[in-house]
Design a protein around this ligand. Structure first.
Ligand SMILES: Cc1cc2nc3c(=O)[nH]c(=O)nc-3n(C[C@H](O)[C@H](O)[C@H](O)COP(=O)(O)OP(=O)(O)OC[C@H]3O[C@@H](n4cnc5c(N)ncnc54)[C@H](O)[C@@H]3O)c2cc1C
Length: 398
């Protein structure tokens, strides 16, 4: 029987394994960690955002990579992802922003059903198997039982990006590929927070969500919320603009996204009497203590002129010291370049070795785009790998 190997048991690898097993190949998955899909489980901790219910064109426009990648995702897009989850017995719902979650919110019921399905297809999982290199057709591993070698007929690599290394994706596979003549682009943090060296008066606001706000970078603006942490700023609105900010665009925040600048100015111009400026801001604009602290942090000394103060409240510059360390990023851009791959996601320099998921060089915001792209590329690479292996077998029989 033709032997298939998937290295990496995240969403991309599990998807590829299912395709290979369904095509009739004898299927083994090897993963460095003692249990599969640890990042997927972590993703479910604050609600597993599987995909986004929006027109396909809009969805695809968020995925930065070659056109071929968008074609792959178009073939297994938001509707297909929802159907796939339902077929695994996990009903989904669409939140107000279009984000799609399993009804259970967390990832574990979906993962359990998925692993049971793979088990019923005869897929073997080798746990704690850390891939260390390639020698001809041999794939080398360090395992709990010492060094081991597998000699598959076809392999799919689904090793993840370069963040949250404690969950398995340590990005060290880049040097294995380099030893085999495959160069990768450097990892960059994506969907990450930024470092802010806060003054002491911000301490009591650590952990507090700043909402609602509108963040501006260049021509782009996002309404949402972010969190002030001891390290800086993080959270969905910050992640949404993080790529532009990482690339050097200035970040400003509108603390009153529901009011025009003129309205803010008129409210500030109301008689203040003996009230402190803080109380005046709270009463006239309903700014909460965390927003007022942020205004003082970045706007101090606050202007006395109401027109200038209104402008500052609408366009408050956020001074930061750059992205948080890459290991904390939700995802990474960079990795295995599409130029190194053929149309079936096979590594040109390594015939019979395919790749999928976050290890490929693409980028997307949070909001379900990441998981959908990992699932779609895993499915596509698994199918292409099965076809390739079957063609090779047919050749050798001839
Ligand atoms: C906190 C957090 C929340 C997130 N929330 C969401 C969300 O709600 N929606 C969304 O779309 N995305 C979310 N993401 C991103 C999403 O989880 C990832 O993009 C996705 O898991 C990547 O899938 P993958 O299969 O490519 O890689 P991974 O899930 O990283 O899996 C790679 C696997 O490869 C294994 N591996 C790596 N190197 C080796 C080696 N040398 N030998 C053997 N095995 C190896 C690892 O152990 C791991 O199991 C979140 C990420 C984080 C960190």
């Amino acid at each position: 029987m033709t032997q298939a190997l998937v290295i990496g048991a995240g969403p991309a690898g599990l998807m590829a394994a299912g395709e290979l097993a369904r095509a009739g190949l004898s299927m083994t998955i090897a993963d460095a960690k003692p249990s599969p899909a640890r990042k997927f489980l972590m993703a479910g901790k604050s609600g597993l955002n599987l995909t986004k219910a929006e027109p396909l064109d809009e969805f695809l426009s968020q995925i930065l990579g070659p056109e071929h990648l968008r074609e792959i995702v178009a073939d297994f897009g938001p509707k297909a992802v929802q159907n796939w989850a339902r077929e695994l017995g996990q009903d989904v719902f669409t939140g107000s922003s279009g984000r799609v979650f399993p009804k259970a919110m967390k990832a574990s019921p979906l993962l359990r059903a998925w692993l049971a399905e793979l088990d019923s297809l005869g897929v073997q999982i080798r746990r704690g198997w850390y891939w260390t290199g390639i020698d001809g057709r041999d794939m080398k591993f360090v395992t709990p039982d010492g060094d081991q070698t597998l000699r598959p007929d076809v392999t799919v690599l689904a090793l993840g990006g370069g963040s949250w290394s404690r969950l398995g994706s340590d990005g060290k596979w880049v040097s294995i590929l380099a030893e085999n003549g495959v160069t990768c682009t450097s990892f960059l943090p994506s969907n990450m927070g930024f470092v802010v060296n806060w003054s002491d008066h911000m301490q009591r606001h650590f952990g507090v969500p700043i909402k609602p706000v509108r963040l501006h970078v260049g021509d782009m603006s996002v309404v949402g919320e972010f969190v002030v942490s001891s390290h800086g700023i993080e959270g969905s609105a910050v992640y949404a603009v993080s790529r532009e900010v990482r690339n050097g665009a200035a970040l400003t925040v509108d603390l009153t996204p529901d009011r025009s600048e003129a309205d803010v100015k008129n409210r500030l111009a109301k008689p203040r009497g003996k009230a402190s400026l803080t109380n005046h801001l709270r009463k006239t604009l309903k700014l909460d203590p965390a927003k007022i602290a942020l205004l003082q942090e970045f706007g101090r000394p606050l202007p006395t002129d109401t027109k200038v103060l209104a402008k500052l409240i609408k366009v408050l510059p956020i001074r930061h010291q750059g992205p948080r360390p890459i290991d904390e990023a939700i995802s990474t851009a960079g990795g295995l370049s599409f130029d190194a791959l053929d149309n079936g996601l096979m590594i040109k320099a390594l015939p019979g070795v395919f790749a999928a998921g976050e290890m490929l060089d693409w980028d997307a915001p949070t909001g379900g785009y990441l998981l959908t792209t990992c699932l779609a590329t895993g499915r596509y690479a698994g199918r292409a790998a099965a076809n390739w292996a079957q063609n090779q077998m047919a050749e050798t029989r001839r």
